[in-house]
Design a protein around this ligand. Structure first.
Ligand code: ADP
Ligand code: MG
Length: 255
């Protein structure tokens, strides 16, 4: 195993019924790398991201995340299901941020960040609270800690969601179109928060339509189409000088 690879996906295949959505995805992410996944709607980007933290099972291929085999443990040539203790510890090392913020509506920002620390980590309430305040402060939300989601803008809610994920000390952060549900004027504050996270050296996989962000922040861009990675490389290569016709056609539409 290569210890430097936080994601090592080989030939990942997935079906929904008869519909094959992933057709052999090969993708690696090194430690500290920001990988952006771009591509048309329906190409399997979210499905792949959900496989990375075992929200979805894949049908074939091999997948390691943070050095651990995902979904199944392949011992003596057979698949063994996760043991629940291993699974909880695997999950808690992966942060995920969705298009919709998925905050608890009845909890304020600080409680949204603190609750997993108490429930999953078994941290005492006052330690969880101070950790939550620290993460919210890093996200520029110190004065909003006592507001509930409906009292916050979409951009603020998404930053609470990022703070909540970071409070768990993840080894990798997965973002699935984190700015797609936001009003245009709120996109930048979320992208800025993600940029500062990238500067701190966080390993990140970001599904995004924000080509400016991908160009500026990504170390590697992966272009997905019809369930495969068509082209991967530096942003100036994949976005600036694409080699494949499918990449060229997509970029001609979005740029
Ligand atoms: P993307 O994120 O690139 O837009 P998705 O991974 O969401 O693509 O979807 C890939 C394909 O899988 C689409 O055709 C979508 O309709 C289908 N799909 C996604 N989730 C499900 C599901 N839970 N059940 C059945 N089909 C699904
Ligand atoms: Mg998607």
């Amino acid at each position: 195993m290569n210890e430097e690879l936080h994601v090592d996906a080989r030939g990942i295949t997935k079906y929904y019924g008869d519909h094959q959505v992933l057709c052999g995805v090969d993708l690696t992410v090194r430690s500290g790398e920001v990988s952006c996944i771009v591509g048309p709607s329906g190409s399997g980007k979210s499905t792949f991201l959900r496989c990375l933290n075992s929200l979805e099972a894949y049908d074939d291929g091999s997948l390691r995340v943070n050095g651990q085999h995902v979904g199944y443990d392949l011992r003596d040539g057979k698949y063994h299901e996760w043991r629940s203790k291993d699974f909880a510890s695997f999950r808690s090392r992966i942060g995920m941020v969705f298009q919709r913020f998925n905050l608890f509506g009845h909890l304020n920002a600080e409680e949204n960040v603190a609750c997993a620390l108490v429930e999953v980590r078994g941290m005492n309430k006052s330690a969880a609270k101070s950790r939550a305040i620290k993460e919210l402060t890093k996200m520029g939300l110190a004065e909003h800690a006592h507001k509930r989601p409906h009292q916050l803008s979409g951009g603020q809610q998404q930053r609470v969601a990022i703070a909540r994920a970071l409070a768990m000390d993840p080894e990798i952060m997965l973002f699935d179109e984190p700015t797609s549900a936001l009003d245009p004027e709120l996109v930048d504050e979320v992208l800025e928060a993600m940029k500062s996270l990238a500067r701190e050296g966080m390993t990140m996989v970001v599904v995004t339509h924000e080509m400016g962000f991908a160009r500026e922040v990504a170390d590697t861009v992966h272009f997905f189409d019809a369930g495969v990675v068509v082209e991967s490389g530096r942003p100036d290569e994949v976005l600036g000088n694409p080699q494949m016709d499918r990449t060229k056609a997509f970029l001609a539409k979005v740029l």
